[in-house]
Every structure is written in C-alpha cells, then in structure tokens.
Design a binder for this molecule. Structure first.
Ligand code: BGC
Length: 695
C-alpha cells in the first residue's frame, strides 16, 4: 500500500474511539439522526431496514438527506466523509433483469453498461458504496440467492463480475463491493446461511475465481459471507480473508462483514460473547463491522488490553480512509438534489436496460417454428402472472417503483397488428373458457419474486401449486401454447416442457423487461440468451452442473450400474449454455492453431436461416490426463457472432497456456503438458470436436 499523506496525517491525530468509529457501520431507515456522525462515531451507514432487505419494500433515500448526513460528517472533529451504502443488486430506479437473467446474455458489455446505469442513478441520491456484484457461483437452484449471481460456471461468472465491477466503479465516487466471500453458493442442501464444506481444490477452482476476477478488475471493497466453510465461519476465517484475499491476492481495500456477521459468531458457537466475536473478526481480517456494534462496543477495550494491536486497528482504518480518499469524498460537493429526477429512469437508462433484457431471454422450445407470432387473429394471455409488476422486477428491488413497470399486457398490445385481438384471464377456469376461441394461448407462469433471493430456499423445483394443471387445462383444448416463465431460479419442469409448443424463459426481467418479452414473442427481437446454469429434470438430480469432475465409472447411456440414478435420466432437462434462436446456426470445421503461448481455436458458424441472428459460440476443453481429477468439460471462452441470413463467419477463441491450468489438492497452481479435447458449439453438450497437445 503506498502511504497516502492525508490518511497518514489523520491516523496520527485520531483517538482510538475515532478510529473505531470509522469501522462502525450502522443501519437506518430514513431519516437518520446525524448526531452520532457528527460525533465521529460512525464511519458508514447501510441504507436498509433489516436483514431481509432483499424481500422487503424500502424507504426511498432523498439526496437532501444524504447531503445532510455528509454535512454532519464534515462537521465532525476531522471532517471525515461518510460511506453511504445500499444494495443495488440489479438496478436502482430502473431495474434490469435479475443477475442470473443478465448472465444469460453472456454479454460483459451489456452488463457493464447496466451496472453503470444503476450506479449513476444511485449516486444521484448520494449513494457511494454499492453492495454488489454477487460473485457466488451457484450450482444449486434450491438456494434462493442463485437469482443474485451469474450462474454455475467460474469463467462466465468471473467475466461478468469483472464487467459489473468496471461498470459500477466507472461512476465517479462510487465503490463496488463484491460479495459474499467465499463459498456461500455451496451451502448444504441449498439452505440459505447453512454450512458449506468445500475442499481446497474445489474452492480454488470453482468458488474463488470470480472473486479473483473482481479483485483483478480493481474492486474497491469485499463483503464476507455468513456461512462457515470447513468448520469456521467466514467472518472469523483468517485463512480466507487475510491469507488469501489480502496477502496472496494483494487486496488493499476494506472487507466488510455481512449483516451482523460478527454478532452471528456467537450463534455459530465460536465466540462466547460479542467482545470475543469482535476480536476474532478483527484478527481474521474484517475491517468494517456491519451493524453488530461489536467493534464500537469492544474494540477500544480490546486495544487497551493488548488483545488487538494498534497496528492491526490502523491497518483496518487506513483501508477505510484510503477508500474514502480514492473516491474523492473528502473534496466532494453535496449531491445536486435536482439531478435525481433527470437521471433516474431516463429513457436512455431504460433503453440500456432493455437491451440487456432482450439478450437475457432464453428460448427453450419452439416446435415447428410456432414463434414468432404471426397472423393469429385472437391471442390469449393467460395465467396468474399476467398482471405482474413487482414480480417482473424480482428479488432485491429496493428502489424500483411498481408504477414504473411496463406490464406484459401493455408490452404485448404495443406489438399487436391491426385486426389482432387480446383476451386475458388470470384464473384457470376463466382461461379455459376464453381459450376456446383463441388461435394461440400465451400462458405466463412462474415464481412470485418473494420466493427467490435471500432466505428463500426451496425443496421443490416445480412450478407453484396449480400452475401445471392450469397449463394442462389450456393444453387440453388443442390450441398452440406458448409458455412464458418468470422465475428467479432454474425450475424442474419436464411436464411443462411437454405441454408447451414454445417455451420462453424470461427470469424476472425488470422494469421494461415485458417489452423485451413482447418483442421476442412477435419477432421484433430474435432471442439469443443462453442458460448460465443447467436446468434439472427433478430436484433429486441437484446438483447437476455441467462441469462435474470425472469419475471412475463415467455416465454412459449404454452402461448399467454406473454412476447414475435408476429412476431418472442422466442428462439435465437443459444443459448449461443452451438457448434457441429464430435463426439456425451450423457449426463446422473446428481448427486448432498454435498462437503465442497457447492456441487459437476457430470454427465456421453459418446462419442457415432466412433471419439475421446472434449466436454465443462456446468453447469447452477437457484435460485428458492430469495429476488431479479434472472436469468432464470446462468452458474456456466464448464469443458472440452476429450473422445475417445465410451468412457465415469464423468464430475465434484464444486459449493461453495459463487458461489450461488448475489448482491441485494442495492448492498449487499446475499447468501440465498433455492432450486436451476441445469442442466449439452452441451449448455445453454438442459441437465439433478436436484435440491439441500442450507441450
Ligand atoms: C445480505 C447482503 C446484503 C446485506 C445488507 C445481508 O442480509 O446477505 O447481501 O448486502 O444484508 O443489506
């Protein structure tokens, strides 16, 4: 860390209590009493009204209020500005698709643009610390927080996380906070906050890379996770926080605990009381205490007793002050309170978010080219979610407003041609009654937003009660059915697939996401989303991620008694990377050419349809023999190609020598010579194959 003279001068002058104040984060519902800030007792605030913030409505934060708080901070003895944090998970006022949906775009550029929009809107209200992005690799759809991350693959997640960090921090004076470090996505049984048991090998190869990508992209802060890992809560885990994150990766910013993470060390059973919890957390490497008050109440006496050294305290305070200085907060003018109205929900912001929503939609089935809709005269729009507004925005929508949301009906009507008629029904019996006279039925099913996100783990992955029967009822009439699913997680829906002639996975697509859905249904937009996570057939298959390690008894469709279930097919319902288009792409002529210290893998992709379209071309490799068991397949790169009708192009992906390495059980990075199989294709299951030798 290069010494910063402003920060070092402050450290010289501050009392222990003032230093501890910088590490103390309070939560508040608007409005906040500025007295504690003026007294130098509070270094940051989290604007949130409780631990289940992701599921609760929140009070808006007016810029006048954050300005008043900053004024109080400037009036404190050292005039140190305040960090003002908010969970801006997928948009502030203009809500983008949930992150899992964003990941289906496989588009770092769009994610960078949308995180910039979110940060710009939040900054207009004086927010300078954004508690996102979520780098937790999610392999278990029972865990509600899969909605918040970028899926099951470390490379895809890491690439998109880096884009989100760049987008957020491209806004002057805003810090991103990558979370939840680390291994939270592996909670046992998919039950939120539960224990995670991850071997060092899997931690290094699967769960840490997206955090490393965030650090390499310059993320300014990191949040630790709630769960324990290998028998030790992350909040007290020195190996994770200090040895790996700070020492090995050279992370220089502050680490903030998750909500009352320090207090929870008592419930974890590793601390008798809050004083011991505070000591453990500080030793482990937690710099900022989110809301537990453990640092505020006990750090001065821990210092006095010599249980925590002043050097350790100074290191934590230095990280916070350096952050404040690097954001320019010491010299910042108050936020212009009239700016929010012109910035938030601007048409430019809505357009940017709409672009991402378009790319996030995944077409999973399209029997006989039923979609896009054509000349059907009477269109039915049925299902319990046809009037959804909040649900379109998904979990962790704290600042979006219901009245801003474009509902499906409006979006669909905007695409209808003269002479077309829309009939609607929310209830099954009414839908069946009305569907009789329709030429086509669009059935909108899925999950309410309140059942995904934090603390929302499930044991069943089918649609909510009655929805499958709803679909069956309409299906029995014999009219073509387009099913649109709104959901925060992958669901196991083989029967829905069977009953649907076309199936569009829309996630929770955001404020203007319904427009994207309507554009895809009517063919104004050609779908291009690809699943960032495998979809199971049944909950018993979970986890069913594609990049599983090889076994001594590989899955083989012809073999009996191998590593498989006797009562379920082996393959997931949809493989990782899957997604259809209205165009059809043909892959051929895979080539491997040495390039630099690695290889250029290329493949000819031809659009064999009369429609222009975009395709995400995916490259997978398998290490044939290594000193450790390696995955059956691993994503190593991807690229998006745009092809007009009948056009062909060569898609190229580079693999460097280092991209072929892995961590072994002793956490050593190994790049081993030998043969590698390689595939380029439209998803993780198919595509022309080749091989190359790493010398
Ligand atoms: C969540 C975090 C969030 C924090 C502050 C916690 O319950 O796990 O993701 O940033 O609350 O709202």
């Amino acid at each position: 860390m290069t010494p910063n003279s402003r920060v070092e001068n402050l450290l010289q002058k501050m009392t222990v209590e003032e230093k501890v104040g910088q590490l103390h984060q309070v939560y508040c519902e608007s409005p906040v009493d500025p007295a504690g800030i003026r007294a130098g007792e509070i270094g940051s605030i989290i604007y949130s009204n409780g631990a289940y913030a992701g599921n609760d409505r929140q009070t808006a934060i007016p810029a006048d209020e954050t300005n008043a708080l900053q004024k109080a901070a400037r009036e404190s003895r050292h005039g140190i500005p305040l960090l003002v944090a908010r969970d801006v998970i997928h948009g502030y006022r203009t809500i983008a698709p949930i992150p899992l949906g964003q990941a289906a775009s496989w588009s770092p550029a769009d994610i960078e643009a949308c995180t910039r929009v979110a940060a710009t809107e939040a900054a207009a209200d004086g927010i300078n610390w954004i508690f996102a992005p979520v780098a937790d690799v999610g392999r278990d759809p029972r865990w509600g927080r899969v909605a918040e991350g970028y899926g099951e693959d470390p490379l895809l997640s890491g690439t998109l996380i880096a884009a989100a960090v760049r987008g957020t921090q491209s806004v002057e004076g805003v810090a991103a906070c990558v979370k939840h470090f680390a291994g939270y996505g592996a909670v046992e049984g998919g039950r939120d906050y539960n224990t995670a048991e991850i071997t060092p090998h899997t931690l290094r190869n699967v769960y840490l890379p997206s955090f490393k990508a965030a650090v390499d992209a310059g993320v300014k802060t990191v949040m630790s996770c709630f769960n324990s890992l290998g028998g030790l809560p992350a909040t007290a885990n020195r190996r994770l926080l200090t040895e790996i994150l700070k020492d090995e990766w050279g992370f220089e910013g502050p680490i903030v605990s998750d909500w009352n993470g320090i207090g929870e060390l008592i419930e974890h059973g590793v601390a008798e009381d809050l004083r011991i919890a505070a000591r453990l957390a500080m030793i482990a490497g937690i710099d900022v205490d989110m809301v537990s008050k453990g640092y505020r109440d006990h750090m001065p006496s821990l210092i006095a007793a010599g249980d925590i050294s002043i050097g350790k305290l100074d290191d934590a305070v230095r990280r916070v002050l350096n952050l404040k200085d690097s954001l320019g907060l010491f010299d910042r003018q108050p936020a212009d309170s009239s700016r929010a109205t012109s910035v938030q929900l601007s048409s430019a912001n809505q357009e940017t978010v709409l672009d991402l929503a378009r790319k996030s939609l995944v077409l999973l089935k399209n029997r006989d080219g039923l979609l896009p809709l054509g000349e059907q005269r009477k269109i039915g729009l049925f299902g319990p979610l046809i009037h959804a507004r909040q649900t379109l925005c998904g979990t962790w929508n704290l600042d979006g407003r219901e009245s801003d949301v474009v509902p499906l009906e409006t979006a669909i009507r905007a695409q209808m041609k003269p002479g077309q008629e829309l009939v609607m029904a929310e209830l099954a019996d009414e839908a069946i009654y009305r569907a009789r006279s329709c030429d086509i039925a669009i059935v909108v099913l899925g999950e309410h937003h309140a059942v995904s996100g934090e603390a929302n783990s499930v044991t069943r992955l089918e649609l909510p009660h009655g929805q499958e029967q709803f679909l069956e009822g309409v299906k029995n009439l014999g009219i073509p059915i387009v099913t649109v699913i709104l959901a925060g997680r992958p669901l196991a829906i083989p029967r829905v697939l069977e009953h649907s002639d076309a199936l569009l996975w829309a996630w929770h697509p955001g404020t203007v996401g319904a427009r994207a859905v309507a554009e895809v249904l009517f063919g104004v937009c050609n779908p291009s989303g690809k699943l960032p996570v495998s979809f199971p057939r049944s909950v018993g298959q979970v986890p069913v991620y594609y990049n599983r390690l090889r076994t001594g008894r590989p899955l083989d469709p012809l073999a009996r008694g191998e590593s498989r279930y006797v009562d379920e097919r082996d393959a997931p319902l949809f493989p990782f990377g899957f997604g259809l288009s209205y165009s059809s792409f043909r892959y051929a002529d895979l080539r491997v050419d040495p390039s630099g210290d690695g290889f250029e893998i290329s493949c000819r992709v031809e659009n064999q349809s009369p429609r222009s379209g975009e395709e995400t071309v995916q490259l997978y490799v398998r290490d044939r023999v290594a000193s450790a068991t390696r995955p059956v397949k691993e994503l190593k790169g991807f690229t998006r190609v745009s092809l007009t009708a009948g056009a062909a192009a060569t898609a190229r992906v580079m693999i460097g020598r280092d991209d072929l390495g892995f961590f072994d059980a002793a956490e050593r990075w190994c790049v081993e010579p030998g043969m590698f199989d390689v595939w380029i294709g439209p998803h993780s299951d198919v595509g022309p194959a080749g091989a190359f030798e790493l010398k």
